[in-house]
Design a protein around this ligand. Structure first.
Ligand code: SF4
Ligand code: SF4
Length: 181
């Protein structure tokens, strides 16, 4: 599935009632960290303290929480904004309502992936992890450089263990599904 780019409420002139999925907030609240979502009163302290928002300008955790509460399910899950959070937990420390914002971002990512939404770069990294036991494949030039520097070859001993984990957890099937999209 394709990922949208940095959607925010401000960019929308209209929201059709058919776009609302009212049960979305309840769905998110069932995930660890999502329980206090409804306590958000949109003060904006999270957005004001977010280092990612300061850099990108287009990332705003308050907007994302508002969209979740409005039930804009597809729009949130297909947005790349939920993948921009650096999980620094600054917002969570500052929220007077105890909303676990960073954990909600994780919940949204988990729901998004289970529905086949994930940035292409992440899917490629996951494929490399499954196939090579590493996020980035070891290429010949890496080995040659290491040898030149007197370093040992990179061990591939963890490859089988990682493969076992991805098969046991079903992660390989999930990635295969997204690979086909
Ligand atoms: S700081 Fe807390 S209450 Fe304020 S907008 Fe962010 S999540 Fe909502
Ligand atoms: S945890 Fe995410 S949303 Fe919160 S301040 Fe850090 S980067 Fe921003």
């Amino acid at each position: 599935m394709s990922i949208s780019t940095n959607i925010t409420l401000e960019e929308r002139e209209t929201i059709r009632s058919s776009e609302f999925e009212p049960k979305f907030a309840e769905e998110v609240k069932k995930h660890p960290g999502g329980e206090k979502l409804s306590q958000c009163f949109q003060c904006g302290a999270c957005a004001g303290s977010c280092p990612v928002g300061k850099i990108t300008g287009s990332y705003n955790p308050r907007h994302i929480l508002r969209m979740v509460m409005l039930g804009l399910r597809r729009e949130v899950l297909s947005s790349d904004s939920i993948w921009l959070c650096a999980l620094c937990y600054t917002c969570q420390e500052r929220c007077s309502q105890g909303v676990e914002i960073a954990d909600i971002m994780l919940a949204l990512r988990n729901i998004a992936v289970s529905e086949g939404y994930a940035p292409k770069a992440l899917v490629e990294q996951a494929i490399s992890l499954i196939e090579n036991g590493r996020l980035a494949a070891i290429v010949g030039s890496t080995d040659r450089l290491r040898s030149k520097l007197g370093l040992p070859k990179i061990s591939t001993s963890s490859k089988d263990i990682i493969k076992k984990i991805v098969v046991t957890t079903g992660f390989d099937k999930l990635i295969e599904k997204m690979r086909g999209n």
